[in-house]
Design a protein around this ligand. Structure first.
Ligand code: HEM
Length: 205
């Protein structure tokens, strides 16, 4: 769970960096997207690994949740979960489900049309198409709103998930406190960045 989560955190950083360029330079965004979308190493090696990482992470999340629920045959007479575990940590399954629902919408918006364009229609490659397509997707205020709300849940999910992954992989030394601080900062800054990108793209249109 922790390793696949850490892998997805790296992906998020990379994804955010490329998206961020879209609000500064359409040209750079087009260039990077064209590279990512046509490079065989990215398409046929990294992309399948990423999809596997995403599916693995959410399947393991469900398995873990079911195991946790079944671990106690008899329920507590009085359960005060908040006594030693934060609200976020006890609700990872729900924040995760919102992120999963977002990914469904996001794949419908971007990934599926991209696969159809390239591998079903075999449409001629146009290195300038990425930015106009991106702007078009953020035209709708409802779509933009759903994205923004999803990124708030992404922040909640990362807030507990990223920091606790260090402990899960056995990283426990004098750098642990700094690592936790970094993870907490990351879990706010990156989703906030995604929110800003979405809003700028929406209002640019
Ligand atoms: C402002 C926010 C975001 C924008 C504008 C955006 C945009 C895009 C675009 C343009 C693609 C390209 C599809 C392709 O060419 O294959 C993509 C793919 C993808 N995005 Fe996002 N994205 C955003 C946020 C996120 C977030 C927060 C996540 C994860 C929680 C995410 C996960 C993915 C995944 C898994 C793919 C498929 C990657 C691939 O295999 O090509 N995105 N996104």
């Amino acid at each position: 769970m922790a390793l696949s989560g850490l892998f997805l955190v790296f992906f998020l950083l990379q994804h955010f960096t490329i998206n961020l360029t879209s609000i500064f330079s359409a040209e750079i965004f087009n260039e990077l997207s064209h590279f990512m979308g046509t490079n065989p190493l990215v398409q046929f090696a990294l992309q399948p690994v990423l999809i596997f990482g995403v599916v693995f992470h959410f399947v393991m999340g469900f398995v873990l949740e079911i195991k946790n629920r079944n671990a106690r045959a008899v329920n507590y007479a009085k359960y005060n979960g908040g006594a030693n575990a934060s609200w976020m940590s006890r609700n990872m399954i729900y924040s995760g489900l919102v992120v999963l629902a977002f990914l469904g919408l996001h794949f419908y918006d971007f990934w599926i049309p991209e696969m159809v364009h390239k591998y079903v229609e075999f449409a001629p490659e146009d290195a300038m198409r990425y930015y106009p397509e991106l702007l078009h997707k953020f035209e709708s205020p409802i779509r933009t709103g759903i994205y923004v709300i999803s990124f708030v849940f992404l922040a909640l999910h990362l807030w507990h998930g990223f920091a606790s992954s260090f402990q899960s992989v056995g990283f426990n030394n004098k750098y642990s406190i700094a690592a936790t601080k970094f993870a907490k900062a990351f879990s706010i800054i990156i989703p906030l960045g995604f929110i800003i990108v979405s809003l700028v793209l929406h209002f640019t249109h």
